[in-house]
Design a protein around this ligand. Structure first.
Ligand code: AP5
Ligand code: MG
Length: 215
């Protein structure tokens, strides 16, 4: 059966950072809903423009478009063995849709690592973040690239996300608490939740994740 791992956690806790590392180690595809929206925006697709209008306000993109984007993505061949889902699902309706999709593929969510950290850490991490168009992330203080403004992995030019301003981050955290937190209880009840402390060095968080996932 394919392995689908859902990374849960608030904005800036390190989901993208860890998903990239886990994807390299496990060879499972990294599927980030936020990265997919940003790719669409770069290509100026209708989906990208629609998503931006919500992302800039720190709100969630509507479930129907988000679900169909993820369905398209996880039916690609590189997800045959499964995927690390980063940022999806984020609402109970998305979690239900994911469950139905995976049942169709004769699969299910394997485990749900829930990465946690205090709000002031989330704000510090997002405000110093530099992102590469391919989704690699850096931090001015905690994880600087070798050369300022340039991605170590693919030499792309790094940028700061529009939604990383403090007011937008604060809104994103509020939206997370209201709309995504119910999924913590949902997956805990299903016996799939494993808690991991995000307030540790990147390498330690990776070790804890691999241990929690038995990988
Ligand atoms: P999305 O892009 O998913 O943003 P997010 O969930 O808010 O999470 P972030 O990407 O901000 O943080 P992260 O946890 O990936 O942290 P990272 O590893 O980068 O979503 C953006 C928007 O898209 C949403 O607001 C919404 O509008 C829309 N959207 C996306 N998915 C959706 C969905 N399913 N439904 C509806 N709408 C959706 O790390 C952060 C920083 O900290 C980096 O600088 C990094 O270098 C640093 N760092 C990481 N780990 C550590 C560590 N251990 N120690 C020190 N620094 C660290
Ligand atoms: Mg991310």
């Amino acid at each position: 059966m394919a392995t689908f791992i859902v990374l849960l956690g608030p904005p800036g806790v390190g989901k993208g950072t860890q998903a990239k590392i886990l994807s390299e180690k496990t060879k499972l595809a990294h599927v980030s809903s936020g990265d997919l929206f940003r790719e669409n925006l770069k290509k100026q697709t209708e989906l990208g423009k629609l998503a931006k209008s919500f992302m800039d306000k720190g709100e969630l993109v509507p479930d129907d478009v988000t679900i169909s984007m993820i369905r398209d993505r996880i039916t690609r061949p590189d997800c045959e063995a499964g995927a690390i889902l980063d940022g999806f699902p984020r609402t109970p309706a998305q979690a239900d849709a994911l469950e139905k999709m995976l049942t169709e593929f004769k699969s299910e969510v394997s485990k749900v690592p829930y990465i946690t950290a205090a709000e002031e850490i989330l704000v510090e991490r997002t405000s110093g973040r530099w992102t590469c168009p391919q989704g690699h992330t850096y931090h001015a203080k905690f994880n600087p690239p070798k050369q300022a403004g340039v991605c170590d992995v693919d030499a792309s030019e790094l940028y700061q996300r529009d939604d990383d301003q403090v007011e937008t981050v604060t809104k994103r955290i509020r939206v997370y608490l209201e709309q995504t937190m119910p999924l913590v209880e949902h997956y805990r009840k299903a016996g799939k939740l494993v808690e991991v402390h995000g307030d540790q060095p990147v390498e330690q968080v990776t070790k804890d994740l691999l241990a929690a996932l038995d990988m």
